[in-house]
Design a protein around this ligand. Structure first.
Ligand SMILES: [Zn+2]
Length: 180
């Protein structure tokens, strides 16, 4: 299995809306394995197929840093069916280098998804796991967390990024924070 290349903002692939998977086969499962491997290597707590230039509704997620791999979720066609409360979370993203920002999200979500074993599951998530699921589902709709901050903050980030890239100051790595 090869590591997949993580696309970085402003790569237009990140704006693609992913399509529903209608057949869970060996290829989909192998791809989810490659996504998980890429997520752990990054390292990050979640990765959406959109971030590696694939346009299917696939997400891998593991927010348990203490026991990597034990609570790995491989989700096919995930969707939020219930959301409640609100929480502010300092988010970072594997596709957005050198930037974190507070984003307002639902504090609890109920997500329905299909697994590689072709069963439909429900996940009740709170805090980081809820934030990460909402962040990943945004990716599947072509949306980044920087689309959820104010226009001024986004514009300041764009300028900072352009300057860093011009001066060769960035190594292309996301910030050392929890990255989703
Ligand atoms: Zn992200």
């Amino acid at each position: 299995m090869a590591l997949l290349r993580i696309r970085k903002y402003p790569d237009p692939a990140l704006k693609q809306r992913a399509r529903v998977v209608d057949n869970i086969d060996g290829e989909v499962n192998a791809f989810l394995d490659s996504m998980a491997q890429t997520m752990y290597a990054a390292p990050g707590v979640g990765l959406a197929a959109t971030q590696v230039g694939d346009s299917r509704r696939l997400v891998v997620l593991d927010t348990d840093h203490q026991h990597p791999g034990k609570h790995l979720l491989k989700l096919i066609n995930p969707r939020i069916v219930e959301a409640e409360g609100s929480i502010l979370w300092e988010e970072g993203c594997l596709s957005v280098i050198d930037y974190t920002a507070e984003v307002k999200r639902a504090s609890k979500v109920l997500v329905r998804a299909w697994t590689p074993e072709q069963s439909e599951i429900e996940i009740e998530a709170a805090e980081l796991q809820a934030v990460a699921l909402q962040h990943e589902l945004d990716h599947l709709d072509g949306k980044l967390f920087i689309d959820r901050v104010s226009r001024i903050k986004r514009e300041l980030y764009r300028r900072k990024l352009a300057k860093m890239l011009k001066e060769g100051k960035t190594d292309g790595q996301p910030p050392s924070h929890i990255r989703i």
